[in-house]
Ligand binder design. Structure first.
Ligand code: HEC
Ligand code: HEC
Length: 195
């Protein structure tokens, strides 16, 4: 089962209540309340509870918004995120994106890549030009995500999903990932995690 629950437990009651409230037109929940359910997986302190879950704290506002929109549209598939995004209106998504983007990026304590791995990753970056879009030090901007310090397991999973087009919301990224060798991508994931 792709995009499965990977062993972490969703509090069905919390999620159910969240989804019900999300559909209500008289939605008077504060942002702190709306983001409480997110913290159950993406982490109370910004550190996700599972290594296959991406970091939201400090991620780019535009990017968080685009992903929520794509989950809602079904352009990006996830059994977990799609029902959550379905319950959000555009303004909720923008508010939630602003809320998380203003938080500090958490240190996941991942090891710095060895010189050999870093050299391979930087060589691949020179030929593909990742930093042409993801910018210096892979900090991202606008709708281009920050990659520096993201969990290695999540990076590996989402790169694989781009390559199989299981993640189909940005065909250009899939083309780029397919044009890059698996060994170079593995080096990039290890390098990026350690930044
Ligand atoms: C039950 C666990 C769970 C909950 C609750 C949850 N998420 Fe997620 N989220 C995930 C997983 C797992 C992924 C990765 C999906 C994939 O790529 O297959 C994800 C991915 C995302 C992404 C894409 C990030 C990226 O780097 O591409 C965003 C944005 C996001 N979630 C926002 C939210 C918000 C906002 C909430 C609360 C309203 C929330 N999530 C609640 C598990 C969860
Ligand atoms: C032409 C611009 C461009 C280039 C070049 C590029 N990217 Fe991206 N990348 C993007 C955009 C835009 C997204 C967001 C896609 C979306 O909307 O989901 C993205 C998303 C990603 C993601 C998903 C991050 C997450 O949180 O889920 C990863 C990983 C990634 N890129 C890695 C790379 C690597 C590694 C390279 C170089 C081998 C690279 N990218 C080159 C524009 C680019």
């Amino acid at each position: 089962m792709r995009g499965g629950f990977c062993g972490f437990v969703v509090d069905a009651v919390t999620l159910g209540a969240f989804l019900a409230i999300g559909h209500s037109p008289a939605n008077a929940q504060s942002i702190a309340e709306k983001t409480e359910v997110c913290a159950g997986c993406h982490g109370q302190d910004g550190k996700p509870i599972d290594k296959t879950i991406p970091t939201l704290w400090g991620q780019q506002l535009g990017y968080i918004y685009i992903e929520l929109r794509d989950f809602k549209r079904g352009d990006r598939t996830s059994e977990i995120m799609q029902p959550i995004a379905m319950a959000l209106e555009k303004q909720d998504m923008l508010d939630i994106a602003a809320y998380f983007s203003q938080k500090p990026w958490p240190d996941l304590g991942q090891p710095r890549a060895s010189k050999e791995v870093s050299d391979r990753a930087l060589g691949a970056n020179r030929s593909v030009g990742c930093t042409g879009c993801h910018l210096d030090h892979f900090q991202g901007d606008g709708t281009v995500p920050r990659l520096a310090g993201m969990s290695r397991e999540y990076l590996t999973k989402t790169i694989a999903d781009f390559r199989t087009r299981t993640r189909g919301n940005n065909p250009g990224m899939s083309d780029l990932m397919l044009a890059t060798s698996p060994d170079d991508l593995a080096a990039l994931a290890e390098y990026l995690a350690g930044l």
